[in-house]
Design a protein around this ligand. Structure first.
Ligand code: AHR
Length: 500
């Protein structure tokens, strides 16, 4: 059997875990909001119309900060439409997704939903069709306690306490020609700097995210980050990264190594940000907000007619159904985010419900977990304390897309009385025996050993078969004299929790 050796050094600390690394994203897109988190006629709906079964699944998923309300949607959004008496709210065309927006869920309702799920709001402002004034108005409405026109309007609308939103996105994917009001890096850098300066004049402690490239394959990738940061460096705290992966041309070997691309992406943005910082002689380090990451079968959606010339409310869009292999890749992407948590301080799995999502719903019916739900929920539950970057000795295999890739990837976390190791086996054919030297951690017992694996790497949970794929016990995990031995099945993601 192929073998791997992993050494976990208690001193190889990447960073303490900030729960914002387990963020997600709710966009007014397809059935994410309407028929997703919100369905007033559903049997489990509360007085605001929010589905209770979805709230329970979101809590189990373990997400933290939720980015809202877009995405591409935000670049045409007038936030004022979404507050006040529901019967007075305008119905608009959403040009980003070619859909009808009824505004029945807005700022105040969504904040109430966040409380149900114990989540923090990450709010995006519209820098596509709007600008500084609308951003400042929204900030006043959400965060000012009382005694001004907009804060009093919020109170009149039923929200006494300010929402106190701490982290804000300055637009969305402003480099993308598909974005309403997209701009050159120079133009965007200028408007982002002025908006950031004005928002911080209202509250100097806000945390602001400036748009990076919408993907590492954009022709302006790198140059965009440099130019935008040259304008905004001293005004912002984060630069965004967005990355989506999918299996292409049946090349599962390459697909399973997707996290190598994410690693390259992170290193390039860090190098570019530090280059600008050095040029400006700044002591400050810009953090990365990986505020869109996931599996997305984008090529197939581009070929479909789901975004067409018709105008519908909550159309079925981007409803990818995920396989075991997709979940293994997602688990590996999360390992990569954790390994880079010293610079990637915030991340959002895009998205949360129905739209490229770990949770699916049917109107009037069930809510269920996709395969990708499991690695995210287990990592979010078990990862505590500090992240440790282990040394992995294992064979590599060749991929067409990413060159040579190690067969196994892993990360560990450690707290006062518990530790956890998260692992993937990228081999499509071989089980791998991994011997993990955890003596330095003082591990005394295995408290949980779970794996996501199936004889069929393409098995999925569907409306008809909602529990076809789930976590299984990782058989044969043994702890002996501080050495943990596990056997990882092919195409698998696993987690082992240890008592110290
Ligand atoms: O998450 C789906 C879309 O992907 C978002 O609206 C956009 O920001 C990105 O292109």
């Amino acid at each position: 059997m192929t073998k791997a050796v992993i050494a976990i050094d208690r001193n190889s600390v990447v960073a303490p875990i900030n729960r914002r690394i387990f963020g997600s994203f709710v966009e007014h897109l397809g059935r994410c909001v309407y028929d997703g988190i919100y369905e007033p006629t559903h049997a489990t709906a509360d007085e605001d119309g929010f589905r209770g079964d979805v709230v329970e699944l979101v809590k189990e998923l373990g997400t933290s900060t939720i980015r809202y309300p877009g995405g591409n949607f935000v670049s045409g959004f007038r936030w004022e439409d979404s507050v006040g008496p529901r019967e007075n709210r305008p119905v608009r065309r959403d040009l980003a997704w070619h859909a009808i927006e009824t505004n029945q869920v807005g700022m105040d309702e969504f904040s109430r939903w966040l409380k149900l799920t114990d989540s923090e709001l990450m709010l995006a402002v519209n820098l596509g069709t709007r600008g500084i004034e609308a951003a400042l108005d929204l900030l006043e409405y959400t965060n000012h306690p009382s005694g001004t026109t907009l804060s009093d309007q919020r109170i009149k609308n039923g929200t006494e306490e300010p929402h106190n939103v701490r982290i804000w996105c300055l637009g969305n994917e402003m480099d993308g020609p598909w974005q309403t009001g997209y701009m050159s890096a120079d133009d965007y850098g200028k408007i982002a700097a002025r908006t950031a300066q004005a928002m911080k004049a209202a509250d100097k402690d806000l945390e602001l995210v400036v748009c990076g490239s919408s993907g590492s394959s954009m022709p302006t990738f790198g140059d965009w980050e440099r130019t935008v940061l040259e304008h905004t460096y001293e005004h912002v705290d984060y630069i965004s990264c967005h990355a989506y992966y999918q299996e292409r041309d049946g090349d599962l070997d390459s697909y399973l190594a997707s996290s190598l691309d994410m690693q390259y992406f992170i290193e390039t943005v860090v190098a570019t940000a530090d280059h600008v910082g050095n040029k400006l002689r700044s002591d400050k380090k810009i953090k990365l907000s990986f505020d869109e990451w996931n599996i997305w079968y984008l090529d197939e959606h581009r070929e479909s007619d789901e975004v067409n010339d018709e105008w519908h409310e909550a159309p079925r869009q981007l409803e990818d159904v995920y396989s075991v292999a997709d979940a293994v890749v997602l688990g590996n992407l999360l390992i990569t985010l954790l390994k880079n948590h010293d610079r990637v301080a915030s991340a959002s799995l895009a998205q949360l419900v129905n739209v490229i999502a770990p949770i699916m719903t049917e109107p009037g019916g069930a809510a269920w977990r996709q395969t990708t739900f499991f690695p995210f929920s287990v990592t979010s539950r078990l990862a505590r304390g500090e992240i440790l970057n282990p040394r992995i000795t294992v064979d590599s295999y060749h991929t067409a897309a990413h060159g040579d890739a190690p067969l196994v990837d892993a990360v560990a976390t450690v707290d006062e009385d518990a530790a956890a190791v998260f692992l993937v086996n990228r081999s499509t054919t071989k089980s791998i025996e991994v011997s993990i030297d955890a003596a330095g951690l003082g591990a005394t017992a295995i408290t949980e050993a779970a794996t996501l694996h199936d004889a069929d790497a393409y098995a999925k949970n569907t409306l008809e078969d909602q529990e076809r794929v789930g976590l299984k016990v990782l058989e044969g995990a043994v702890l002996n004299d501080g050495v943990l031995t596990v056997v990882l099945p092919p195409v698998s993601w696993s987690a082992v929790a240890l008592a110290l």
